[in-house]
Design a protein around this ligand. Structure first.
Ligand code: GUN
Length: 293
């Protein structure tokens, strides 16, 4: 049976480290790192994520600011808020929770965030730095960055020559994940809904990353024996209408089947999920260090 990769515990290590480094920064007389989280509308999943981000920021000793705006907030009002946060010296990181309501152009909002405060790593400048291997000064999107840390925990830092298959081509996870694996000298394939014979391709993977948002799509017989399986999916399966059953969270990987073949696998929940928030804290701390000079 596969090693279960304990993302919760690795995330706690990261948060502990961020907390210690924050205390060091403050002891030197520098300002504490500031994180502003902006949420528009009432998407329940987003509300849970945002509350958790703000709570962890406080736990790290950050100046933590949350702007909760009604769903009908205009694009202009949002752009004005971002301009204010860009100019606010107490704020080192700005995160606008996605998805945004349909009447707002999410691309415009993301590109309005100052690249040096873009702790999500979604601004073109940071995307471009990641794509060209300028990893020292890029903000890397939190979920792929956290996934990389988990992969390195299992396989060590040298991933050179390993076959990596990333299932999913989103800007938030699939593409940056592929770029990180490429920068680590893996042979990388990005698979998506039009890929032919995905099971056969998946079976070539030493590292298999699932980020498609389709519950339990990746089956046990798609997993190469000994592979490292990183499940980014978080899918809520509704409770059955009759009977005692509760709703439950599952990943994009059929866990019980895949765990029989994999060398190591992340569970859902408790795998990649906690890493996303931990890496957001790490990015905000890095931004504060850069601002403090
Ligand atoms: N919505 C889902 N994941 C993310 C994320 O990593 N950042 C932001 N801003 N919104 C998200």
């Amino acid at each position: 049976m596969a090693e279960v990769i304990d993302g919760k515990s690795v995330a706690e290590d990261v948060v502990r480290m961020v907390k210690a480094l924050t205390a060091e920064l403050v002891a030197k007389g520098k300002a504490k790192p500031g994180l502003a989280v902006v949420i528009v509308g009432e998407d329940p999943a987003s509300q849970v994520y945002v509350a958790s981000k703000s709570r962890t920021a406080k736990e790290c000793g950050f100046h933590s600011l949350q702007h909760t705006l009604p769903a009908e907030t205009s694009q202009e009002a949002l752009l004005k808020l971002i301009a204010e946060l860009n100019a606010d010296p107490e704020i080192n990181g700005i995160l606008v929770q996605l998805p945004l309501p349909a009447h707002v152009d999410a691309g415009k909002i993301i590109q309005a965030i100052a690249p040096q405060k873009d702790v999500d790593g979604f601004h073109f400048i940071n995307v471009g730095k990641l794509g060209t291997g300028e990893l020292d000064t890029a903000f890397v999107p939190c979920t792929p960055a956290g996934s990389m840390l988990l992969i390195e925990r299992v396989r060590g830092k040298d991933l050179s020559g390993l076959n990596a298959v990333v299932v999913g081509r989103s800007n938030i996870v699939g593409k940056p994940m592929a770029n990180l694996l490429l920068a680590a000298n893996c042979t990388v394939t990005i698979a998506h809904s039009r890929t032919k014979d995905l099971p056969a391709l998946a079976r070539t993977a030493d590292i298999l990353v699932a980020a498609v948002g389709r519950p339990e799509m990746i089956r046990g017989d798609w997993v190469r024996p000994g592979a490292t399986v990183i499940d980014v999916g978080i899918n809520r399966i509704p409770a059955p209408e009759k009977g005692e059953g509760k709703s439950r969270l599952v990943g994009d990987v059929a866990y019980a089947e895949a765990a029989k073949a994999a060398g190591a696998i992340t569970p859902v929940p408790g795998g990649v999920g906690p890493m996303t928030i931990a890496m957001l804290m790490a990015n905000t701390l890095a931004s504060a260090y850069l601002a403090a000079g």
